[in-house]
Design a protein around this ligand. Structure first.
Ligand code: KG4
Ligand code: ZN
Length: 363
């Protein structure tokens, strides 16, 4: 059963919930589409000592905090529960237990309030973040998602449909940052730590490979880069490590950014678009932002780089994607379940035998 008998408003006040990984987040978007509030509770204190996210602990912390975070989002928006006209919730991909908490909460809330429920794919959320600060950002455009679990390049068509252009064959860009930070002993999460340290290092002292793969490929591969870092680090004496750690971080980060810039602009050229969005946690990286900004200016390409708080996981992007789904009549049924391995329809198309990830389908 879908809650379609409710005669819902055309632009509802949406409360969004995000619990796919290690951030418990809630946000409210008003009828005007503007962000009314955004609240986030990070779990870095829980997972930091383990050097990575512990799924069971993440789910438990979400259970402890989700209702408080949602209530806080409501309070900050100056609203009461009955002001909410739709509930959007991330139902995947992500950690099964963590997702289950948000989905159960969102479902119960929507049911209790007698308002529609909207299921949001976390990746759709990241993509939607590009339009939060720039609602007039044009399509067709290319979107690069760089997060802890994904490094995907899509073409976004004018009707919003996605076409997968390329993706990582092994580690995601965020994973490459996190694993490198672990090797260098910089703690968790690794991306921000490498970003900070690299600012004091030189990019050309320690050279790392640039994995461009086959000529013209729009796929990515970062696991070899991580191995190169591991070998380099193992070969250094303790004093050499201390002396060079900032240069190593800067050189490593530069290799990742070089590849991301090159492939994203290759996709832009190949598909003759004039707009590029870079979204997901890694797009908070200061070097990445500077390099993409410079290259876009040089190429005369319009660039969407969401503000850093919208790059890493948050519920504003879920509310934004939820608003769009709602306007298309995509409401969820009450038996909605968390789906850890949820993919986008474009990704499913890509696994068909006709898809050539290095080809020029649609170009
Ligand atoms: O989008 P996100 O918050 O969660 C996922 O959907 O995965 O991305 C998290 C990833 C982590 O790997 C984290 O290390 C990376 O984004 N990240 C960064 C920075 N901030 C977060 N990587 C590089 N530089 C940053 N400043
Ligand atoms: Zn994310």
């Amino acid at each position: 059963m879908t809650p379609t008998s409710l005669a819902p408003p055309s632009d509802p006040v949406i409360l969004a919930i995000e619990t796919s990984c290690d951030e418990t987040a809630a946000a409210v978007i008003g009828r005007d589409g503007l962000v009314a509030s955004s609240v986030l509770c990070s779990q870095h204190d829980v997972h930091g000592r383990y050097g990575g996210v512990v799924p069971e602990l993440a789910a438990r912390r979400h259970i402890e905090t989700v209702d408080t975070i949602a209530a806080e989002a409501l309070r900050k928006a100056g609203m009461v529960w009955t002001d909410i006209q739709a509930v959007a919730v991330t139902n995947g991909p992500g950690l099964a237990g963590a997702l289950m908490v948000g989905v159960s909460f969102g479902k119960s809330l929507a049911y209790a309030l007698r308002v529609p429920l909207i299921a949001v794919n976390h990746l759709e959320g990241h993509i939607a973040s590009a339009w939060v600060d720039q609602p007039d950002f044009p399509t067709p455009c290319v979107v690069l998602i760089v997060s802890g679990g994904h490094t995907h390049l899509y073409l976004v068509r004018p009707d919003g449909a996605l076409q997968l252009l390329g993706k990582t064959l092994d580690d995601a860009a965020g994973e490459a940052f996190d694993k490198a930070a672990k090797i260098l002993g910089l703690g968790f999460p690794g991306g921000p730590a490498i970003d900070r340290l690299a600012r004091t290092g030189r990019v050309d002292v320690v050279k790392f490979p640039r994995p461009y793969l086959k000529p013209g490929s729009l796929d990515f591969s970062f696991s070899g880069l991580k191995t190169a870092l591991l070998y380099d680090w193992q070969d250094r004496s303790q004093p050499a490590r201390q002396e060079t750690v900032a240069d190593v971080a800067a050189g490593y980060q530069e290799a990742i950014v070089d590849v991301l810039v090159e492939k994203a602009f290759r996709a832009v050229r190949r598909h003759h678009v004039i707009a590029l969005a870079v979204v997901g946690g890694v797009s908070a990286n200061s070097r990445l932002r500077a390099r993409f900004t410079a290259r876009a200016a040089e190429a005369g390409i319009r660039l969407a780089l969401p503000s850093p708080a919208l790059c890493t996981d948050n519920a504003v992007m879920i509310a934004a994607a939820g608003r769009r789904a709602y306007s298309q009549g995509r409401l969820a049924a009450w038996d909605l379940e968390a789906s850890a391995g949820l993919s986008l329809p474009a990704d499913a198309d890509a696994s068909s035998p006709n898809f050539r990830s290095t080809g020029t389908r649609g170009a």
